[in-house]
Design a protein around this ligand. Structure first.
Ligand code: GLA
Length: 669
């Protein structure tokens, strides 16, 4: 928090600032002089919040909160830095009591909130609570909000022993945001002065009023976007909105791209690693959003990765900045307190990508060689300066790079690569090229490379798979023939490039790249509805792409009949911007046609644009369409295309209410 809050909150006033006011508590002795703000949230808050896993459902209750606190201790998450156990919406009864006080829901919290707070504190942890800077919270059940009750509610929270408040934005009656959030800040200040227990203040106005420009004086973190949901598209769009805000973050004042979805089931493990890597390099709050009582080993492995957490929690408190992002190949670098750089190589695309930067490119001083530590593989290498990897689709390689005089004690980094087709028809031989490149200052020796696939696949090398020595920058290139069995079902299959090699000192090292090869079938000849064909990939901004219904809400199968301008359609795709659905056409189709527009299930706010891409060429598009537009016909010539991509954009004004339909979508082949 910046000096402005320091003056207002009064928890950590340096002696020179102002005469002490009797109502202000003495600064905690542990806050070192000269540190910004009130000494709270000097690194991004870490903990748990129930919302992403339970929403308002009954399983959000005392047993859950205590269970999470127990697990934090038992599973080492407390030791890893997770500290806050936070209650979101729906903890209260809809009515205040006769004295205007908030009443905990007696079914969920039969012993009240204070008892839960005491339990959480007894574990050496902290507890957070939620309300809205409005007359009611966001849930439609209409729980009481804090607007007009700031003093009393803040006092009640303080009396319960609350350590963290998330203050939402619903039902705000149009009152100025800065005023609403400052009023609660002042109320928290006054209340904590009576208890001596500081409260981290989380501003949740979804980035609507550019809080990064003013909230450093008001709270310790502020949401920068709308709500996250448990999908790749949602996570990606939020990351993209939060990344440019790096300069506003620092100790005591953080950008908050919303809570984690890791473990909730809507993304792959690769995507969850990207989510966790990105949040960490963005110095985002790490609030676990899955019910840890049901979490699997992979979820614990991701959330408990100490080396990734250390990137997030680095005391310098810098948010990583974008070094480059061409073609969905993202390089994000974060300066660390020890002079090293955390570097995320993030692949937004749906095929493997070579993503590259250099040590000096991320701000390290010039040197003969560097240490490169892979924070997911937990291994050290040396590099002559290249920081690169071929990153699987939707994956992230997270490195920590440093000028380190011991570089020669680590084996050279070697980058496996894979080129060639990502698509193959069952029974037909496909050509795949692999490479292994030495990035190290030292040579990679006794190199051998393998390519493996699923059982029953025929894979044979048609050029050498071994090299005696690969000096700095040189490659071993190998060509392979890969044949999926004739009966292989359409879908994605893993091919793995594995390389073994040794450092000049004889130390063993290995490198691996897993990449998908899609078994595809071209549409039959004649006309076929898109919704009757398997797609290659489908990205959607809200919930999954639906076949033959609108997108509806966030769950699969919750759409309504496709309806444009009052006309319903039996066939088509229901999507939500930003969306991309890709089909394999194998050069055998000539036309794609559809009726497009904003589905009638949305009010009036939706604005979408349609594009049809034949391989890398845009072959049809619409103007920006709204609910007022009737169904618009698209007719695209797609002759010769291997793939056709159906894209829905947000019309340039954000994705709210952007429910788009590809009604009657059909291929002629
Ligand atoms: C808003 C917030 C969410 C969650 C819900 C609860 O949507 O942005 O994070 O707190 O309210 O109703």
């Amino acid at each position: 928090m910046s000096a402005g809050l320091l003056a207002t909150v009064g928890l950590a006033l340096p002696a020179v600032a102002q005469p002490a006011h009797p109502a202000e508590v003495t600064p905690p002795a542990s806050v070192p002089g000269g540190e910004p703000g009130d000494g709270l949230a000097l690194t991004p808050p870490m903990g748990f919040n129930n919302w992403n896993s339970t929403h308002c459902r009954a399983e959000f209750n005392e047993a859950m909160v205590k269970g999470i606190a127990d697990i934090f201790v038992a599973k080492g998450l407390k030791d890893a830095g997770y500290q806050y156990v936070n209650l979101d919406d729906c903890w209260a009864l809809p009515q205040r009591d006769a004295n205007g006080k908030l009443v905990p829901d007696p079914v969920r919290f039969p012993n009240g909130i204070k008892a839960v707070a005491d339990y959480v504190h007894s574990k050496g942890l902290k507890i957070g609570i939620y309300t809205s800077a409005g007359t009611k919270t966001c849930n439609s059940a209409g729980f009481p909000g804090g607007l007009g009750h700031e003093k009393s509610d803040a006092q009640q929270f303080a009396d319960w022993g609350i350590d963290y408040l998330k203050y939402d934005n619903c039902n705000n009656q149009g009152v100025d945001a800065k005023q609403r959030y400052r009023t609660m800040r002042d109320a928290l200040k006054a209340a904590t002065a009576t208890t001596g227990r500081p409260i981290v203040y989380s501003i949740c106005e979804w980035g609507e009023n550019k809080p990064w420009e003013w909230a450093g004086e008001v709270g310790h973190l502020w949401r920068t976007t709308g709500d996250i949901s448990d999908s790749w598209g949602s996570m990606l769009s939020i990351a993209k909105q939060n990344l440019p805000l790096a300069k506003y973050a620092g100790p005591g004042h953080w950008n908050d791209p919303d809570m984690l979805e890791v473990g909730n089931g809507g993304m792959t493990a690769t995507e969850y690693r990207s989510h966790f890597s990105l949040w960490s390099i963005m110095a985002a709050p790490l609030l676990i959003g899955t019910d840890l009582r049901k979490a699997n080993a992979e979820t614990y492995e991701i959330l408990g990765n100490h080396e990734v957490i250390a990137v997030d929690q680095d005391p310098l408190g810098k948010q990583g900045t974008v070094v480059s992002s061409e073609g969905g190949r993202w390089v994000v670098a974060k300066e660390m307190a020890d002079g090293s750089r955390a570097v995320a190589l993030f692949n937004e695309t749906d095929r493997p990508q070579h993503i590259a930067t250099t040590a000096t490119g991320v701000g390290l001083p010039r040197a003969t060689a560097y240490r490169l530590r892979d924070l997911w593989a937990h291994k050290d290498y040396n590099t002559a300066g290249a920081i690169s990897a071929t990153v699987p689709a939707h994956g992230t390689v997270l490195y920590r790079a440093s000028a380190d005089s011991r570089w020669a004690s680590y084996p050279p980094a070697a980058e496996p690569g894979l080129d060639g087709t990502a698509l193959t028809e069952a029974g037909a031989a496909a050509q795949v090229d692999t490479t292994l490149t030495d990035l190290g200052r030292t040579p990679a020796q006794q190199v051998s490379v393998r390519l493996t696939g699923p059982d029953g696949w025929r894979i044979k090398a048609t050029s050498p798979t071994r090299a005696a020595s690969l000096p700095t920058g040189s490659k071993l290139a190998t060509r392979w023939q890969v044949t999926a069995p004739a009966g292989a079902a359409p879908g994605a299959y893993d091919l793995t490039v594995s390389a073994d090699y040794r450092s000049p000192g004889g130390q063993k090292a290995a490198a691996r790249l897993v990449s998908a090869l899609h078994v595809v079938v071209a549409p039959p000849s004649g006309s076929s509805y898109a919704s009757d064909l398997p797609w290659l990939s489908a990205l959607n901004g809200w919930g999954p792409v639906e076949k033959n219904t609108s997108v509806g809400e966030n769950d699969a199968g919750d759409g309504h009949p496709l309806t444009l301008g009052g006309t319903t359609y039996a066939k088509g795709l229901g999507v939500h911007a930003p969306s991309e659905v890709t089909y394999y056409t194998g050069g055998r189709c000539s036309r794609f046609t559809a009726q497009v527009g904003v589905d009638d299930e949305e009010g009036t706010a939706g604005t979408v644009g349609y594009e049809v891409w034949a391989d890398d060429t845009k072959v049809a598009s619409s103007k920006t369409l709204t609910n007022a537009d009737p169904a618009t016909a698209l007719d695209a010539a797609i002759g010769g295309a291997q793939t056709v991509r159906l894209v829905v954009t947000d019309g340039g004004d954000g994705v709210t209410s952007d429910h788009g339909d590809w009604a009657d979508a059909a291929f002629t082949c």
